[in-house]
Design a protein around this ligand. Structure first.
Ligand code: HEC
Length: 181
């Protein structure tokens, strides 16, 4: 019986340890849980769809051709001036083509029409239209949402010029050149 107080003391310490350990272990988990919940509250808000569209046009390289001067200023063109097309043509065996004003183009279509159009279009070079065919539907929808957010602005790009016709705009020759020995 004389050991009883000691045994009780040991049990009390053990219980205390378990309680403290649990509190320390579960507290951060609880915090993560709460954080997770607040993030998933707005899963696909309009803003995140627009941001996604902006992101996709950047990594998809669309601005490189469809935004005048984008390559020259290292991609720093402000949103307001993006994707307005270009009057700088690309000249090749196909004639001369001009990157379209995507903001005017998108404004003429509903989101569904945009999806059908981009899934089936086969523009002239150097438009990499197969990239649009491979895109997931929600990516195409996000790009449309971004273009609508930017809004219609600017002029339509010049009409393409067939091979051999006079060229009245500046252009970039897009033809392979093989060195002669
Ligand atoms: C290398 C330059 C280049 C890049 C990169 C590029 N485009 Fe184009 N794009 C063009 C040109 C030039 C045209 C006009 C083609 C024509 O006259 O048939 C065009 C036309 C289009 C059209 C009209 C339909 C068609 O097939 O011609 C759409 C839509 C389009 N581009 C969207 C995009 C999107 C979205 C991206 C990014 C994923 C992109 N483009 C990347 C040059 C480019």
């Amino acid at each position: 019986m004389k050991y009883l107080p000691r045994i009780l003391a040991v049990v009390a310490v053990a219980v205390l340890c378990i309680v403290v350990h649990d509190a320390v272990a579960t507290e951060p988990l609880l915090r993560v849980e709460t954080k997770k919940k607040s993030v998933t509250k707005q899963p696909d808000s309009k803003k995140s769809k627009i941001d996604k569209g902006r992101y996709l046009t950047e990594i998809g390289g669309c601005n490189d051709c469809h935004t005048d001067g984008f390559m020259m200023n290292n991609g720093t063109t402000p949103d307001a001036e993006r994707l307005l097309g270009s009057a700088m043509g690309f000249k090749g065996p196909w004639g001369v083509t001009y990157p379209l004003n995507l903001r005017l183009l998108a404004a003429n279509m509903t989101e569904d029409e945009w999806v059908t159009y981009t899934r089936t279009t086969k523009g002239a070079p150097p438009m990499p239209w197969w990239v649009l065919h491979s895109m997931e539907e929600d990516h195409l929808r996000a790009i449309h949402a971004y273009l609508m957010y930017l809004g219609p602005k600017g002029e339509p790009a010049p009409s393409p010029i067939p091979p051999g016709e006079p060229i009245t705009t500046p252009y970039i020759p897009f033809e392979p050149v093989f060195p002669t020995k």
